[in-house]
Design a protein around this ligand. Sequence first.
Ligand code: ADP
Ligand code: AMP
Length: 214
Amino acid sequence: MIFLGPPGAGKGTQAQILEREHGVHAISTGDLLRRNRAEGTALGRAAEGYMDRGELVPDALILAMMEPVVRAAPAGVLLDGFPRTVAQAEALDALLAQCERRAVAILFEIDLGLLEARLVGRWTNPRTGRVYHDVFAPPRVAGIDDDDGGPLIQREDDEPETIRKRLRVYREATAPLVTYYDRAGRLQRLDATANVESVTHTIEGLVGPESNAA
Ligand code: ADP
Ligand code: AMP
């Protein structure tokens, strides 16, 4: 299962809820890349410039990172933030076909004009990736994670100029995936402007036990 949608649409929030409440195995490429940066790996060093500029990390690097991860992932895995280009989607399809699996996409539909407010108010636990919002999903104590009591941070790419760049990149490179999955009859849409609980409810309705998701 793939969560598709612009930055700030709520994909990570919902992935974390599905993990917590339904034991779904979720993989976020953004979190994997940030972990590589924090650990100073070769991949992290290669990716950091692109991430700080709000650009996509090149397909070759992402695919080298994701191929072993996807191969090792259990059935029903949720991919958050991957694929983000048609080339990545084609590579994922080829990989899944080898193990007789297939991906279905859930599109988080939202007016791009609403996203800046979501992203500038986002606070993240850098240790776990859990996200909050200072108005829409506040922690019990401002700046402190509810679970581990440690500090929350604001992502450096969540500042207005980089947000605008990321939204442009989404429109140009990632939005074509909507057609890619829709034409293949593998796209479901949800209203991502609704509140967190309603979006969760919608996803629970879409991802029934009869789902054929990878
Ligand atoms: P994405 O993973 O798609 O980039 P996030 O899940 O990190 O998006 O959400 C972006 C911000 O918007 C976070 O601060 C989050 O708390 C907040 N948010 C997520 N879903 C909703 C929602 N349905 N309504 C309002 N705010 C939301
Ligand atoms: P995210 O946490 O999903 O907002 O991703 C943060 C940043 O990581 C993006 O702006 C990109 O620079 C990079 N990134 C994450 N996933 C991908 C991907 N599938 N392809 C290319 N770059 C990615």
